[in-house]
Design a protein around this ligand. Structure first.
Ligand code: SF4
Length: 328
């Protein structure tokens, strides 16, 4: 007998709405939903999104506060030691520029401004610069500030918290099993340790992953379940935008439907969390981009670290056309 997809989809949303967890088999079913049934799956994910996040969309803008010249070998990253990609390289931006970019974020209707640096972890003088900028930003703008600075010691995490940083982004990226296939210079456990250091200092946590790096369904399910153990406040789901000069340049396997199924899985497994259709949204969802917001409730505007993205005016229009509103 053919599966009754409508009944299945309703079951997933009921499980999520009552706070239970999909079984591994149910997770597999979500990821293997036939493309022809994608609207039914999205409808079920939207019921969960609507229950906990309403129809609002959280907008964020990031600044590439230090670019390139990293000693790590993350295979997806254009800034790594093994990448030959042609990218802009610069040291930490001056404090004034970080503050200026925060004003740009505020003008972009962003609820959160993300300061991102390349490298294994920040140098102490970089934490100084960022801390001074964040103090000024928090005094003058109604913005939340998130920092994504690589591996953090406890001391660095406390210093950032003390300066007024709200949230730390540190992604698990993929499953523990697959991590060594995409990075050889630090471990999955290093990533967990940084998240724990940030948590202990009272910082909120943003942690997600990257889809489309050659991982299988089991890895995506493992990642989503590992994030349940961490309990981040926000979960950015990045979709690989293969960049020439990186080892994953030919890893071009994602389809818009696959991306939507992944977002739906994360919504069912993390019903109350802010889920972001993050890097690679424009490249991978193509004309189906608006549909991502029926499962996700958060996005970036005005581009990413080394790739351009949807300009803010177009993102605002997309949100309005969907009948959604931008979170204040
Ligand atoms: S640590 Fe960060 S900047 Fe360095 S290669 Fe990995 S992702 Fe890129």
């Amino acid at each position: 007998m053919l599966p009754n997809h409508t009944v299945q989809f309703e079951k997933y949303s009921s499980i999520a709405l009552r706070g239970d967890v999909l079984t591994r088999e149910e997770c597999r079913e979500v990821l293997s939903t036939p493309n022809s049934e994608i609207l039914g799956l999205l409808h079920a994910a939207y019921a969960v999104r609507k229950a906990f996040a309403g129809n609002t969309v959280q907008v964020q803008m990031l600044t590439n506060a230090k670019s390139g010249s990293c000693i790590e070998d993350c295979h997806y990253c254009s800034q790594s030691s093994i990448s030959t990609a042609s990218i802009d390289r610069h040291g930490i931006l001056p404090e004034d520029k970080l503050v200026e970019d925060a004003h740009r974020a505020s003008d972009s209707k962003a609820v959160r401004y993300c300061i991102v640096t390349s490298g294994r972890g920040p140098l102490d003088h970089e934490v100084d610069v960022i801390g001074k900028a964040v103090r000024r930003i928090k005094q003058n703008l109604p913005l939340q500030v998130c920092c994504s600075l690589g591996l953090l010691t406890k001391h660095q995490a406390y210093r950032l918290k003390d300066a007024g940083v709200d949230r730390i982004n540190h992604n698990l990226n993929t499953s523990e099993r697959y991590h060594s296939d995409i990075c050889g210079t630090h471990t999955f456990q290093d990533r967990i340790d940084t998240i724990n250091n940030a948590k202990k200092s009272g910082l909120e946590i943003c942690s997600g992953g990257i889809i489309g790096m050659g991982e299988g369904d089991e890895d995506i399910i493992d990642l989503a379940l590992a994030l349940r153990d961490i309990g981040p406040d926000s979960i950015p789901i990045n979709f690989l935008h293969p960049i020439e000069g990186t080892p994953l340049t030919n890893c071009n396997t994602l389809t818009p439907q696959r991306c939507l199924k992944v977002l739906c899985l994360f919504r069912f497994l993390h019903p109350r969390k802010e889920i972001r259709a993050a890097g690679g949204r424009e490249y991978n969802f193509r004309s189906l981009q608006p549909l991502a917001l029926f499962a996700a409730d958060s996005l970036f505007v005005d581009g990413y670290l080394t790739t351009p993205g949807q300009p803010k005016n177009e993102a605002w229009k997309m949100i309005e056309d969907l009948g959604f509103t931008i979170a204040e």
